[in-house]
Design a protein around this ligand. Sequence first.
Ligand code: HEC
Length: 140
Amino acid sequence: MNKSVKLMLSAALCLTVVTAVPALAGDAAAPAGAAPYKVADGNKVDAQTLSGWKTWRALACERCHGAAQEGMVGPSLVNSLKVLTKDQFKETVLHGRIDKGMPNFDGSKMVVENIDNLYAYLKGRSDGAIQPGRLQEIGK
Ligand code: HEC
């Protein structure tokens, strides 16, 4: 098996695990079943979502979208993620909307590798399931 096939398989496996595990008990805000993240107590998340948050921090998206994603120069992503599809999200973040002030992040290895995780994190913020601010991994 070549390396990219293995990578694809492990990525598919991760996705299956994340989406297959039902929302944790006491997690009323997360929509049942379909959520791309797991969250407990508002600030504990699965490893993938944690990587998404770390990517958000590392690339300083908050410079334009605000520390709580509620918008500054750039729009509120809490609102945007209620409307954007995952594909539209990926397209915007990777290719940017240069003329409108949104940079392209396809030159960042961290963003490219974590685009699904970034989506999961921001979706959790948009759903009101994940609190703004610091996160830690569930069970750590
Ligand atoms: C230099 C400022 C700036 C930075 C840094 C920035 N953005 Fe943006 N972003 C914008 C602006 C401005 C827009 C609105 C573009 C438009 O009008 O269509 C935007 C739009 C978006 C949208 C689409 C919103 C919608 O409703 O269509 C997403 C998603 C997004 N940004 C995510 C991110 C992420 C994730 C990061 C970090 C990896 C990031 N942005 C970093 C300025 C920025």
